[in-house]
Design a protein around this ligand. Structure first.
Ligand code: NI
Length: 174
């Protein structure tokens, strides 16, 4: 396994519409998924999408809240979704701060649907179908957006909330 370089805002790969994965069981895809797990852990992210590691394919990985009790952050606490589908179940929006490994150091307030359904296939071939709310729903919507070339600032309604995280922590300490 290896840690991959993360594309930052402005790299063209982040603006593409990613392509579906044709052969999940292929050696290349299996290796990519494991590298994405390792890269996400190394960077301390809640999720990662393949375009963020310069691969325009429809693959996302994220911390799995069903494994939150796992003491060690090993690969079993990360869910991989290949060719995911997303459905808005409650169009009421909630506002929350988001950050992204492709915009290091920044955070901003983003409206996201409160409740979603999502589905996809893991790299091990398991079919996943779930509903999610709150923070987890936010993470999945954020990662899914990467597959359509959307970064969170494009979803923001109030750009005055875009800030450097280090300045935000300064405020909360006062
Ligand atoms: Ni992101």
């Amino acid at each position: 396994m290896s840690i991959l370089k993360i594309a930052r805002m402005g790299h063209p790969v982040l603006s593409l519409k990613a392509e579906p994965v044709a052969k999940i069981e292929s050696v290349d895809i299996q290796a990519l998924v494991l590298d994405m797990h390792e890269t996400m852990h190394d960077a301390g992210g809640a999720g990662l999408a393949a375009p963020q590691v310069h691969v325009p394919l429809r693959i996302i990985v994220f911390q799995d809240p069903l494994c939150q009790e796992a003491e060690e952050k090993n690969s079993s606490s990360v869910l991989t979704l290949i060719n995911p589908k997303l459905e808005i179940l409650d169009s009421e929006y909630q506002y929350g701060m988001e950050a992204c490994l492709s915009l290091p150091g920044l955070a901003g307030e983003v409206p996201r649907a409160k409740r979603i359904g999502y589905s996809g296939i893991t790299h091990e071939g398991t079919i996943i179908e779930r509903e999610a709310e709150g923070f987890h729903a936010r993470v999945v919507q954020h990662e899914y957006d990467h597959l359509d070339g959307i970064l969170y600032p494009m979803r923001m309604e109030d750009l005055s909330t875009l800030a450097f995280s280090s300045e935000l922590s300064r405020i909360s300490q006062n």
